[in-house]
Design a protein around this ligand. Structure first.
Ligand SMILES: [Zn+2]
Length: 59
């Protein structure tokens, strides 16, 4: 598989509301909100639906 770097003309599309995302919101939860190591949740700024969970703000 080849990794292709996105150029500036493309933006990801939210799978929930299908809006073009120019930014993704990363919210940090306190320890214990998730019982495992995940600490950040990423969500769409338009519909607020969760896109992913990670261990850092930039993962
Ligand atoms: Zn959305």
């Amino acid at each position: 598989m080849e990794l292709i770097k996105s150029d500036d003309r493309e933006n990801p599309i939210c799978p929930h509301c299908e809006k073009e995302l120019h930014q993704i919101v990363a919210k940090q939860f306190d320890k214990g909100w998730f019982k495992v190591t995940e600490k950040y949740v990423y969500y769409c700024p338009y519909c607020k639906k969760i896109l992913g969970i990670g261990q850092s703000a930039w993962a």
